[in-house]
Design a binder for this molecule. Structure first.
Ligand code: PLP
Length: 563
């Protein structure tokens, strides 16, 4: 059979097309290999799967024995739960009462309340162990609720409280006094801004600063500028990392629209470095250094405590090495490296993660504590990246505004914060920070081990998370025992404990005593009973079977299965 000229031409075209397609296919494959194998690494699939999970709740009998605990254990659990419920009713009466009055009108409260524990248990818990949302005052390292209960603060006010509440009260008072004459004038600046800019430039080691109203907005602006200056479309975020609630940095579960120009890649991975080296559409890489505590896992919250699989471990040397490699590849490929220090900035070191890990970023976002107790988001960057217009093309701008940016009151409180950061007594709080907090974590772990409790903590400096060493369905109950002992937790429960640096050793010992007492009480009440055979895997399999059974019965229009 002879090939005619048209046939030859077609074959040649096919070969050319294939040759052209191979690099694209290779890049596609590299991208797939750089995704973390967990669902957190596959955000679209995670959202689809999450949408398939039907609601179901355990009835009272299952609530106490969903792990097939014998009747005697279930009875102990029930007695413990009843005791806690009575105590909560009495001790938190006013706080809970006031919360109930407003809950109907505050959507945020309804959301957080619904997601304190795994959904199967949530209804029963909310009925009997109501969490109050009001606090009357703060002072030292404690909060006081409406009932007059003093609670050691482990909430850290979402990370804002680095230096102690009294410090921020002072910043707010003095800052306000400094700017009061100007009041709420916006657009024009109060002169105090000059000192803030100067300090922020020194702290970040970068040329320029822009002020925003929240960390989320500072991150939005960082990404927008990176796209503007590189002319590239995509941002890379790492699996599990939180960067605020803007859709493009928060794809997947929780975001109803897909983020088409976001790559969610595996952190601390050679495959990710390969993607950064080979793709031409990447404008920036966003790093949240808090992830060093649990690389590639989402922010830990007790609503996700289905079993005891939560793991955390901070390896400073390994994470430093990762950041250095990331820095090198970003420099090589002109990718903008953004450190999102909204959480860790000013907490792990006075100059934040850049100082702590010894790695420089191109853009850095700060927030939370920097406002001296008032709302803030700040972006610092190199001049050429911060510029919002082009000298040679006046119509090509990168727009960013905000009515309340640079609000005089915020600038005043920030000024106090930045000034007082240099004071010897504040500098002293940062001395041997890691040694102090690592020793405290180790000591607590030793105490927990000594009395045979299946709990341990992991920490990145003053940011802690609680892990569980034995498979169990009931770890989320610990948050209720901890509150009973006078420890205030945020709505993510034992997922994140945040200490302020003004905790003295004596304060810490008091927290440790209460922590151990809470865990002991929980153990005595039978929640950590084990048949010796259950594994985290078998727990997950069982829950999967429950989900399938409920979906099946929904699909067939049957009554719900009884569990
Ligand atoms: C690393 C990081 N980036 C951004 C944000 C968002 O900041 P904000 O809540 O002020 O919008 C947060 C908030 O927790 C954060 O931890």
């Amino acid at each position: 059979m002879e090939f005619g000229a048209p046939m030859l031409a077609l074959s040649a075209l096919a070969v050319i097309a294939l040759a052209m397609a191979i690099p694209a296919l290779k890049r596609r494959l590299e991208l797939s290999l750089a995704k973390h194998r967990s669902l957190t690494g596959h955000v679209r699939m995670a959202r689809r799967i999450a949408g398939l999970i039907p609601f179901y709740a355990y009835d009272e009998a299952h609530f106490f024995s969903c792990d097939d605990a014998p009747a005697e254990i279930a009875a102990r659990r029930r007695a413990g739960f009843t005791r806690l419920a009575a105590l909560y009713r009495e001790r938190f009466a006013l706080t809970v009462g006031r919360t109930a009055e407003v809950a109907e009108g505050i959507s945020d409260l309804q959301f957080t309340d619904a997601y304190r524990v795994p959904f199967q248990f949530s209804g029963f818990v909310r009925q009997h162990l109501k969490a109050g949302a009001f606090v009357r005052s703060s002072g030292g390292v404690t909060l006081t609720d409406l009932d007059g209960n003093h609670l050691y603060d482990l909430t850290g006010s979402y990370g804002v409280n680095v230096l102690g509440y009294d410090f921020y009260k002072d910043c707010m008072d003095r800052g306000q006094a400094r700017v009061r004459e100007l009041g709420p004038v916006l657009g024009a600046y109060h002169p105090v801004i000059a000192a803030n800019v100067k300090r922020l430039k020194e702290i970040s080691g970068l040329d320029e600063v822009s002020f925003h109203m929240s960390g989320t907005e500072a991150v939005m602006q960082a990404v927008r500028l990176a796209r503007y200056h590189t002319g590239r479309s995509h941002l890379v975020r790492f699996c599990g990392a939180y960067h605020g609630w803007w859709g493009e940095v928060a794809p997947g579960v929780g975001n109803p629209t897909p983020a088409h120009e976001t790559y969610t890649l595996q952190e601390m991975s050679v495959a990710t470095l390969r993607v950064l080296r080979h793709r031409r559409d990447i404008a920036c890489v966003l790093v949240n250094p808090l992830q060093a505590l649990h690389p590639n896992a989402g922010a830990p919250a007790d609503s996700g405590l289905l079993d005891s699989a939560r793991r955390a471990h901070f390896d400073r040397a390994a994470y430093t090495d990762w950041l250095k490699r990331l820095r090198a590849v970003c420099s090589e490929r002109n990718i903008v490296l953004i450190f999102d220090e909204v959480f860790v900035g000013f907490r792990i070191a006075p100059r934040g993660a850049q100082e702590y890990f010894g790695v420089k970023a191109d853009l850095v976002t700060y927030g939370k504590t920097l406002g001296g107790g008032l709302p803030i988001g700040v972006l610092c960057g190199r001049h050429e990246l911060m510029k919002r217009f082009r000298d040679d093309r006046p119509g090509d701008i990168c727009f960013a505004r905000g009515t309340f940016n640079s609000h005089p009151y915020v600038m005043g409180a920030m000024h106090e914060f930045l000034q007082r950061l240099e004071a010897p007594e504040v500098r002293a709080l940062y001395r041997d920070l890691d040694e102090v907090w690592n020793a405290r974590a180790q000591r607590l772990n030793q105490r927990l081990r000594d009395v045979g409790l299946p709990v341990e903590v992991a920490n990145l400096s003053s940011i802690w998370t609680v892990c569980y060493t034995q498979p169990s369905r009931y770890n989320w109950m610990l948050q209720y025992y901890l509150r009973t002992e006078g420890l205030a937790l945020s709505w993510v429960g034992t997922g994140r404990l945040i200490f302020s640096l003004n905790y003295t050793q004596a304060d810490f010992e008091a927290v440790a005593d209460r922590f151990v007492a809470a865990a002991k009480a929980m153990q005595q009440d039978g929640w950590w009973w084990s048949d010796g055979k259950t594994t985290n895997k078998s727990i997950k399999q069982r829950i999967l079977r429950e989900i399938i059974a409920h979906r099946w019965s929904l699909a067939r229009g049957r009554d719900k299965p009884s569990f």
